[in-house]
Design a binder for this molecule. Structure first.
Ligand code: PMV
Length: 360
């Protein structure tokens, strides 16, 4: 599908009012997206596990406007409270998507959102929040045009989510999701995420992700600025080539269930992401001393026990510990005994691969 396929051509069946609700999960990238071109086009393809327990729930109550004017009319509540600081970001999002959902101009929208994970836990909520929002808006489109197919709804939800926050486009489908054009992945696109289309070994179907909350404060650099710092970064070209190579490589790893190569690739991706941050101008560092302490303990434990666990990092200090479900008890014991000491207030979240967005 290309961009113009998401601009509706059929006139919509108008509605007076209604309510829609969607719950969307967060995702954790194995091959990282870092660097973009205008229009939220990724500089390299990425692949992630969709999660299950870290979710955002969004509902929209829509009501026909009394006076028809152009532009989007909305109010926004986060966890029951009005949040004026989120409104500019939402307004920009609506300006970007109005072309694809022109019927929105007919309504006033009352949007409410909440997260399943603690606020300011250092877990980025933009992916789950924008995916839930996009899914709500597509449910509105479906009610205006009941003939659209589930496949179209899934791709357009992801397309819209991307315009809110790039990585959000990987939170619509479940399992493993690829975003960004790559010749080795049939159907892949820079415009939306697709479920990884090739063979996936059973071990990855219920992979575990325990998120160790190392630092719950605000990030000192937003991901928007972080992406920008890849423009003109001295290692950008090599990084984008490496990510493309890694996507080719991970195909075989996912098909064979080769955990040694999986671990080597996923940890290299995490450290490369942070190396890009540490070598940009201005440079910055999001890892904390406890992030490094956890990584060292994971390496030591893996050497001593041969348990195939590994870590990955987002744009923050928290550590995602990834491992097969069969090792769940053992790894959780290790986390409780040894890693919890490095978490802020001893907090961590148990998550695993999930099935994607749900409309209710
Ligand atoms: O979607 P954004 O703009 O918040 O970027 C997120 C980028 C990383 O989380 C660091 C990596 C990724 O691919 O999710």
């Amino acid at each position: 599908m290309i961009e113009k396929d998401f601009v509706p051509v059929i006139p919509f069946v108008s509605q007076e009012a209604g309510n829609v609700r969607a719950e969307a999960p967060s995702n954790i990238a194995l091959i990282k997206y870092w660097g973009k071109y205008p229009g939220q086009i990724p500089a390299n393809p990425s692949i992630s596990f969709t999660l299950k327990n870290c979710t955002s729930a969004t509902s929209i109550a829509y009501d026909k406007k009394n006076i028809k004017d152009s532009g989007i009319s909305f109010e926004f509540l986060f966890e029951g409270q009005s949040k004026p600081e989120f409104e500019p970001k939402l307004r920009t999002f609506f300006e970007r998507i109005i072309k694809y959902l022109p019927f929105l101009e007919d309504y006033h929208l009352k949007i409410s959102s909440s997260n399943s994970f603690p606020h300011s836990s250092g877990i980025a909520s933009s992916a789950s929040a924008m995916a839930a929002m996009a899914a709500c808006l597509m449910e509105m489109e479906r009610r205006h045009n009941p003939d659209i197919s589930p496949e179209y709804i899934a791709l357009k939800s992801s397309f819209l989510a991307r315009l809110g926050s790039g990585s959000a486009c990987r939170s619509i489908a479940g399992g493993l999701v690829v975003w960004g054009k790559h010749d080795a992945v049939a159907g892949s696109s820079d415009l939306y995420g697709i479920p990884f289309p090739d063979a996936i070994d059973r071990v990855f179907h219920d992979f575990q992700d325990t998120i160790l909350l190392v630092h719950r404060g605000q990030k000192q650099i937003s991901s928007t600025l972080g992406h920008k710092l890849m423009d003109g970064h001295p290692f950008a070209t090599q990084r984008f080539e490496q990510a493309n190579r890694h996507l080719q490589e991970i195909k075989g790893i996912l098909a064979n269930g080769d955990l040694d190569r999986f671990i080597a690739l996923v940890e290299l991706e995490a450290l490369t992401l942070h190396a890009m941050m540490m070598s940009s101008s201005p440079y910055f560092m999001l890892m904390k001393p406890n992030t490094l302490a956890i990584i060292e303990r994971i390496w030591q434990y893996r050497r001593e026990t041969q348990v195939p666990l590994c870590f990955t990092l987002d744009a923050g200090a928290n550590v995602h510990v990834l491992y097969p479900n069969t090792y769940r008890e053992k790894v959780l014991q290790f986390i409780k005994n040894e890693l919890v000491a490095y978490c802020e207030n001893g907090q961590y979240i148990c998550d695993q691969v999930g099935t994607g967005v749900e409309i209710s």
